[in-house]
Design a protein. Sequence first.
Length: 317
Amino acid sequence: MTKLYLAIPCYNEEEVLRDSAGKLLNKYNTMMSEGKISADSRIVFIDDGSKDRTWEIISELHTENPVFQGIKLSRNRGHQNALLCGLMTLKDKADAVISIDADLQDDINTFDEMVAKYEDGCDVVYGVRSKRETDTFFKRFTAEGFYKILNHMGAKVIFNHADFRLMSKRALNAFSLYKETNIFLRGMVPMIGFKSDIVTYERSERLAGESKYPLKKMLALAWEGITSLSIQPIRMITWLGGIVFGISLIMIIYSLVSFFCGWTVSGWSSLLCSIWAIGGLQLLAIGVIGEYIGKIYMETKRRPRFIVDKVLDDNEQ
């Protein structure tokens, strides 16, 4: 039977953690009793430097039932690094790992289908939302636009898939070869290239607490994904530079015609607009190139992507 581990990043989740733990335990017990997963399967919470009682609750859950385990990071490193920590820590312990957020808005009843597809030979199984009827129009518009922009800019992602997925031990070992500091898991996992499939589900409402990805963070995540996985913005600057150069040739011809026809005074507006346009383009180009240089700078430092402070597992009952 499959030894299934869950990797659940947590940041200030004290309001939902016990309720989520209860639902996950019931699901695990059902799957174990039906022979779908091994009795050695575990539920692992990764505390991403929470400021509330998240780690205390994780410790209490571990004391009450060893099926619950915990990893505490030394400080807040962000959702992607916390999830990466969980995946890399568990890759040698589990046959397969499912990543899911602590609020359980993703449907845990799809675990059965994910495991079945894994046993049929899939190394990666993506959880994909079938529809977004529970979202507001603004949330639905921005979220769907997020995926479309990422794909258009060269960061190939699975549409309507976040970080709810199953990865096999083989996929996790392959993924461990990716050593970059600037990570965007939604775009990196498809790069592995092993056999994959999807399961669809409807996302539920969050029980309590606040979303960890409001619009500001979603935009930051999109920019991180684009600049980490694609050089399309730099290519766009090249194309834009070519367009501006073409326009400048037209302006040169216009200036010469104006000079010989005695219209030089009337060309003042077009000259001023050209100066502003080219100046703005140069600043934009410098900014985008600077963003990439900054990422190169961070990559060359080779700083650790996360540091583990404490671990609660089978060796620490």
